[in-house]
Design a protein around this ligand. Sequence first.
Ligand SMILES: *Cc1c(COP(=O)(O)O)cnc(C)c1O
Length: 469
Amino acid sequence: MTQNISIAPMLAEGDVEAFLTRDLAVVWHPCTQMREHRGELPLLPIRRGRGAWLEGLDGRRYLDGISSWWTNLFGHAHPHIAQAIGAQAAELEHVIYAGFAHEPGLRLAERLVAIAPRSATHAPLSRVFYGENGSAAIEIALKMSFHAHQNRGDGQRTRFVALQNGYHGETLGALAMSDIPLYRRIYAPLLLEPVFAPSPDAYHAEPGESAEACARRAAAALAVLFERDGATISALVLEPLVQCAGGMRMHHPAYLAEARRLCDAHGVHLIADEIAVGFGRTGTLFACEQAGITPDFLCLSKGLSGGALPLSAVLTHDSIFEAFWSEDRTRAFLHSHSFAGNPVACAAANATLDLFESTGAIAANRGTAAKLATAAARFADHPAVGDLRQTGMILAFELVEDRATRREYTDHPRQRALAAYRAGLDAGAVLRPLGNVLYWMPPYCIDDEAIAVLDRATAAAIEAYVRCA
Ligand SMILES: *Cc1c(COP(=O)(O)O)cnc(C)c1O
């Protein structure tokens, strides 16, 4: 590209120390007990990314086993995406998206509606509203759902239903829909109170019960809830197929088909949060495809830009859009974010969609997912692995003290997770356990050499988790 771009050089050990001291003096890192950075949790300065690998300021390489919080699809610093970003930034870096339009935003919207999940029985997703991140997409979908009902004169639909163990983000509205006590509990007095419906999570199947039967049992509970309260509910919000932050818990698609049917029967909108599972993670481009459903709102982010820039999109269908069409300004959706529809982020997303087309990633992932399954299989009988599960490009290992009862370790759970994380890093891979769940969610470009590293790092992480006291 151009001259004068400052690229961090590789640093000597002492200089890395100095960097860390400066960083820890001014930066407050996300989702972190900062005190742990003074001891057991290393802070890793990264100078560049290449493919599935991150390279530290000290020159060490780490396989990005979690795709940098599930955002990266085709590898870091992908030349096609980088080129698209550079070219767009040099032409139009941003313009207000209220009252203005641009080619990357239009092109992306046209492409998203063309690839969105569709079904014979429901109106296609035909409208795209942009936000800046996943949480914003959830806020947008919740507000749009509520407001659409209001505009239709259905003023009593003021509540939402979310699933137990679900996760939808950290802003107050999105956090309210989340059922992860670690993130939610302290803020509970500030939050909307959704009704939490039982999760279809197959991990909670009764002995002898199939994943599908387990999903249908959860759907039956949802039916009871809708029978009672359906007329006051605006929308059901869920993560199709995999509850990611909730420990990569997986469920049978039958739940989604049933949820769709129940939402229709009760006039409730279905919000599919595919922020983490969208764009091929579950084996299909969108998880909803596996249940043959079209949601009323589809929330996308993370992989939308290939993991390169913050961007989100909420897709909905014509009848929602039409509920806002009016001569009355207050009936409009007066929601905005300053960088909504940012053209550089849209260019990154368009480049990402190019890569889906040119690499045949969905088909290629089937082969990669099978290789990951083969590599993971050797841990299936490990005494500390209570469950090994996979949906497409997501694999999870439930680490337990007692395999038979799946009892988790109760002593030093945090230290164990940290020990596993460190052991993974020492073996060359970023594995960031969610509590007692170790998981793989690598970039799609992961090759055999990288899978071998993932495998070694996982063995080391499990050992460290068990040994730690
Ligand atoms: C990450 C995530 C979000 C929140 O997205 P942010 O961009 O971090 O705000 C919402 N829902 C799901 C399912 C996620 O995994």
